[in-house]
Design a protein around this ligand. Structure first.
Ligand code: ZN
Length: 483
């Protein structure tokens, strides 16, 4: 079976056949950096991270480009409101996005172009559109002539007569058709600007992505991704201007569902408590990733603390098996979170598992338009089998199941014993912590041996106060960090 993906442009799930065999180019609309990310923003990052991983595991050489929109009306408004330079607002929030992608274990893109670094490419694209009769300058702005492109509306499935007016410039009157959108916005006093043959100004949002996608991936490339809320007008406008200019542009359009709160799309005001920076102090980042990644990428997620807690519990069940199996095999370090990164075999050179090490049902699920819920059902089945093997003392069976579970989790970015979740790479600190806890546990055992239970309990309580939970098992005490 080959990989099949849902293409918004055709509204069908179709075989993914890369433009160049063995390679895949992916452009993902990244952040407009006017505020730090909430989980609604970062869901897109997690969904497409799973796609990137799956393309790589499938043997493709992936070029992943995710842009940063660092000049925009909203950034200028934020800068105005707080009295900061616009570039300081953009820089600060770009760092917050990078932190959020990193903390949730998203692989970094191969290139992360910023809009303000690509004005020459945008000017060249505007030139091509004007020369070919698809763009015109008016009132200091440059517009795309929607009526000049007869496929306008095809991506979002709208008839031109039903489309709303483009409202990207306030108080404008110069454009020929209300649906025409700005390629370039004329300079307003106080705003940043760049010089162009059509006068000073700043880029339109849609133009940026067309210019950057084709610069890094070529005039025709494989996949363009983004949130469902970007289909119209953003992606409709991107594809119109790029194809009108003569580029093939994206061959597949993938869109992730949104995270809703109380039935509404999560907005800045609604989502403040759900900023990624805040949430990862409440739940472990790996559990938040599991929560955001577990649904099918095209489904909406209705956020609730209960659903998040359920997802966290489901992940802990999987993690618990992997850790216990590794401890029983003597390959772990005796802790859940400070586990080693010992390979399980079957890992590819990218740190990702080889497809051949994965259960066929798991491969089939991901090949079917990244059906993560079905893939996770396979993970949970193998965990159940593995727990049965552990309970029966069947170490060989448990090892085999643990290896399989870790390989599957690797595809989803969730292997608890691999980077970034395993902390073995933290300059050896985890080994130091392990040794210190062992000293305390040995003293506790000694206190119990001499029947000094008060002293033994005091040690346990002190460990607990330090955030360490001790569990007595037939094989002796084991510990983990409190969750
Ligand atoms: Zn975009």
């Amino acid at each position: 079976m080959t990989l099949r993906l849902h293409d918004t442009a055709t509204r069908t799930v179709r075989d993914f056949l890369p433009l160049t065999p063995g390679k895949a180019g992916l452009y993902l609309c990244g952040a407009t950096v006017q505020a730090p990310p909430h989980i609604g923003h970062i869901r897109s990052g997690v969904s497409f991270d799973i796609l990137v991983r799956w393309l790589k595991v499938s043997g493709l050489e992936v070029t992943f480009c995710r842009n940063v929109t660092d000049i925009d009306d909203k950034i200028l408004r934020t800068a105005d409101a707080e009295g900061s330079p616009w570039w300081a607002v953009a820089e600060r929030n770009q760092r917050a996005f990078t932190r959020a992608y990193d903390v949730l274990g998203c692989l970094p893109p191969d290139v992360e172009p910023r809009a303000t670094g690509h004005v020459p490419e945008m000017i060249a694209l505007i030139r091509r559109l004007i020369d070919s009769g698809h763009g015109y300058a008016a009132g200091g702005n440059v517009y795309f002539d929607v009526s000049s492109y007869d496929r306008y509306g095809a991506l979002s499935g709208q008839r031109p007569e039903h489309m709303r007016a483009a409202d990207d410039i306030e108080g404008e009157s110069a454009k020929r058709d209300p649906r025409d959108f700005a390629l370039w916005k004329g300079h307003k006093p106080g705003d940043p600007y760049w010089d162009t043959p059509w006068g000073p100004g700043r880029p339109g949002w849609h133009l940026e992505c067309s210019a950057m996608a084709t610069k890094y991936l070529g005039p025709t490339f494989d996949i363009h991704g983004g949130g469902l809320d970007l289909v119209f007008p953003h992606h409709e406008n991107e594809v119109a201007q790029s194809r009108a200019a003569g580029d093939g542009f994206a061959r597949y359009w993938l869109h992730n569902g949104l995270v809703n709160l109380g039935g509404e799309k999560m907005s800045k005001s609604l989502g403040n408590s759900l900023l990624v920076d805040a949430m990862v102090t409440e739940v472990r980042p790996v559990e938040l990733r599991y929560y955001l990644g577990q649904a099918h990428y095209r489904s909406g997620i209705e956020y609730s603390p209960e659903a998040l807690a359920e997802a966290a519990a489901a992940y802990r069940r999987i993690e618990g098996f992997v850790v216990r199996a590794s401890e029983a095999a003597g390959t772990g370090t005796g802790t859940g979170r400070a586990g080693g990164t010992g390979g399980t075999g079957g890992m590819g050179g990218t740190g990702l598992p080889l497809a051949s090490s994965l259960p066929a049902a798991f491969v089939a699920a991901l090949d079917d338009d990244l059906a993560v819920p079905q893939a996770l059902a396979v993970v949970h089945e193998v965990v159940t089998e593995g727990n049965t093997a552990l309970a029966a003392g069947d170490q060989a069976g448990a090892d085999k199941q643990a290896e399989s579970v870790r390989a599957m989790l690797g595809v989803l970015g969730l292997d608890p014993l691999a980077a970034p979740w395993a902390t073995a790479g933290d300059s050896g600190l985890s080994e130091v912590v392990e040794a210190l806890v062992r000293v305390a546990l040995d003293q506790r055992q000694a206190a119990r041996a001499r029947k000094d239970y008060r002293a033994a309990d005091a040690i346990r309580d002190q460990l607990h106060a330090a955030g360490i939970v001790v569990e007595d098992t037939p094989a002796g005490p084991r510990w983990e960090l409190a969750r």
